[in-house]
Design a protein around this ligand. Structure first.
Ligand SMILES: [Zn+2]
Length: 142
């Protein structure tokens, strides 16, 4: 789907639906991006390995915060169990290693800012996410 077609579709949806659809693509991207050649990835909270299709794209700061719902540094492959119980200590430790010590505070800070998404921005992000997903699908032989 090109940008024009997607924008047309986005204009027929509510803004929150556009954000949701874009977030779903990001969640898929972070899972497939962290997958090895066989499609397996580790949970960011507990380290358990599973096929990326069985993992979630788990947000550190809750999806309710619109400023960070589409922030790649806030979304990582996470097992269903850790996502459901909200395994924050494991996730915080992962962020310390993946980015820098205390990074979770930076995410909380970002989450507090006000973000007004536009459909044009969302289309741009979604196209980028989908392009990368396609490349990763090729990489793992899907
Ligand atoms: Zn886990």
């Amino acid at each position: 789907m090109n940008g024009e077609t997607m924008l047309k579709r986005f204009k027929s949806w509510s803004l929150s639906k556009c954000i949701e659809k874009t977030a779903q693509d990001l969640q898929l991207l972070v899972r497939i991006e962290s997958a090895d050649a066989k499609g397996f990835a580790s949970c960011c909270s507990c380290g358990r390995r599973d096929h990326y299709k069985k993992l979630n794209g788990g947000h550190y700061v809750s999806r309710g915060f619109k400023a960070t719902i589409l922030d790649r540094q806030n979304v990582h492959a996470q097992c269903v169990r850790c996502n459901v119980i909200d395994n924050l200590p494991g996730y915080t430790a992962f962020l310390d290693v993946e980015y820098e010590k205390g990074f979770s505070m930076e995410l909380m800070e970002r989450a507090r800012s006000i973000k007004q998404w536009t459909r044009e921005e969302l289309v741009e992000l979604r196209i980028q996410f989908r392009k990368e997903i396609k490349e990763h699908r090729k990489r793992i032989g899907e």
